[in-house]
Design a protein around this ligand. Structure first.
Ligand code: RB5
Length: 143
């Protein structure tokens, strides 16, 4: 189950992403927002992060204007590895090397077509499970 959260900048991008998920029979839960009025991205980052922490969902998609604020917020949460990706190479590496569990996108940075392609890459790439990557991911959680 994929958790989706976004601020007001992401209306069109989220629509395209939900169409892609529906078309591919991929289950998701929309944590908002669904307004075009100014909204606070940290709130939605946290809703998605919590859904993953409590295992309601196993992956997330978060979107704000740049993808920066929402990914910074999500990455402060234990167990959340949010990757801000605006190209398919990064999306693939984020899964292969970092076992990223959240894809962050910037709705004001890229178009919806590329966003969907990046998401498709992210969802179709498994973590490599290489020892060196497992060990580095463990190190992320250490003080
Ligand atoms: C909203 O204006 C904008 O600051 C937000 O969408 C995001 O880009 C923050 O990082």
């Amino acid at each position: 189950m994929i958790a989706i959260g976004n601020d007001h900048t992401a209306y069109e991008m989220k629509k395209a992403i939900m169409e892609y998920l529906d078309k591919n029979g991929i289950a998701y839960k929309d944590y908002g927002c669904n307004e075009i009025l100014a909204s606070d991205y940290p709130k939605y980052a946290k809703l998605v992060g919590r859904a993953i922490q409590n295992k309601e969902c196993n992956m997330g998609i978060i979107i704000c204007g740049t993808g920066i604020g929402i990914s910074i917020t999500a990455n402060k949460m234990k167990g959340i590895r949010a990757a801000l990706c605006h190209d398919c190479f990064s999306a693939e590496a984020a899964r292969l090397h970092n076992d990223a569990n959240v894809l962050a996108l910037g709705a004001r940075v890229i178009g919806t077509g590329l966003a969907v392609k990046i998401l498709d890459t992210f969802l179709h790439t498994d973590f490599s499970k290489d020892e060196r990557h497992i060990s580095r991911i463990k190190m992320m959680e250490e003080d």
